[in-house]
Design a protein around this ligand. Sequence first.
Ligand code: FAD
Length: 474
Amino acid sequence: LTSVRYPHVQRGKYATLTEKDVDFFQKLLPQRVLQDPSELDGYNIDWMRTVRGNSQMVLRPKTTSEVAEILKYCNERHLAVVPQGGNTGLVGGSVPVFDEIVISTQLMNQIISLDEVSGIVVCQSGCILETLDNYLAERELMMPLDLGAKGSCHIGGNVSTNAGGLRLLRYGSLHGSVLGVEAVLASGEIVDCLSSLRKDNTGYDLKQLFIGSEGTLGMVTSVSILCPRRPKAVNVAFLGVENFEAALQTFQLCKGMLAEILSACEFMDQESMQCIQENLKLTNPIKSYPLYILIETSGSHGSHDEEKLNAFLEAAMGKGIVQDGTIAMDVTQRQNIWGLRERIAEGLLHDGYNYKYDISLPLPKLYEIVEDMRQRLGSKVTRVVSYGHLGDGNLHFNVTTPEYNKEVLGLIEPYIYEWTSQVRGSVSAEHGLGFKKRDCIRYSKEPNAVKMMVKMKKLFDPNGILNPYKTIPL
Ligand code: FAD
């Protein structure tokens, strides 16, 4: 079978579901096997609505041992599966390509323990990021990551994609804050690396392999995460600058002057602003500028932080780096400013088709590619929009057209990947490779590194049942 939508992909030699299989799963998970076509759509289509699979079955386990039973059975029967969390992934990794069975973590949503002294939370992989954060907020703690999809994404999905998000600048990546992972291998074996220790150098750090492996090495069932104290004072400023050089100067100045209280430094361009103004009717709180910077501070002493932020703004404006700006006066204003940045991805979908790229580049090069692309694409597209995590050198580059356009895609790819590779950037900074980008891995990884990944995949999942057609190139 070759998929009509993806003529370049062949269905692997997997079994197809029989009545006996259905019986087995219904006995194992009473009332938790979905087969009604009307219920399956949400699991078959990705958030961007650009990838669609044809799964006939969604399984909703509640426990690790149920996941182990499912995988053991699927492995013996050669049935392919897709682990799915909140289905907010942006690279088509979370939905089937053909008829893979979806294993959803929706019902694996228990918080197992919290040590309020160390700030270590242990929970099942299907906990929604925002729910976890709200639970921690009541105990003066917070999740070390935050992203626009927080209301839907699951912590297991976050760990499996090694999600970065809005505060990586301050709290680091999940490779640092995840202390333990429990995962089930394709064979059904449970790998319990659910340590809650900050220090543990006994042998290889196996949990790291599951962080960012996008469900190709095992299904993450529980995680243990180190959570920081919730800051007592949070301030957000939204600034306008004339060009990217000024944006870089702003970042450098705020790193120096805000130092330990800086918790986010994001940017968006005027085209992003126009997109959310036109498509989502959001309001720009300042005048129009070519680029905007969002700065957040988080600290333990409100007046001290405000003093620092005001001194920084005075210096930035005094030097002529920042032209204009506003500081949120209350929680609502803070949320409104964050909304401008967080809702660009949603705004872009209203244009029709969205070509989405998530690249890491050396900071001085970060905006060059955008200007280059704008010239290259000219009036063939609706917009060229860029925004991202300035503090992490991570650009979210987007192009939109009313509908899918092959010529436009041909102008963007492989040009953007070659461009990124030449400056030793990464073709996926934080979204992963999934289905859409798996063959682009060679732009960022050496052939020997890819060979090692293929070997690891074979070791963990000899029959290739776990999330086939994803991450590992053909
Ligand atoms: P899914 O989309 O369900 O799955 C993602 C991948 O992980 C798939 O390959 C899936 O098979 C695998 N997977 C899921 N659960 C498991 C599990 N338990 N075990 C093994 N594999 C599993 N990402 C960022 O990094 N930073 C951002 O700032 C950011 N902002 C976003 C904003 C918006 C509006 C949206 C829609 C997405 C954004 N994303 C961002 C992308 C996405 O939200 C993240 O990749 C998120 O971590 C995915 O979590 P999920 O639960 O939705 O996973």
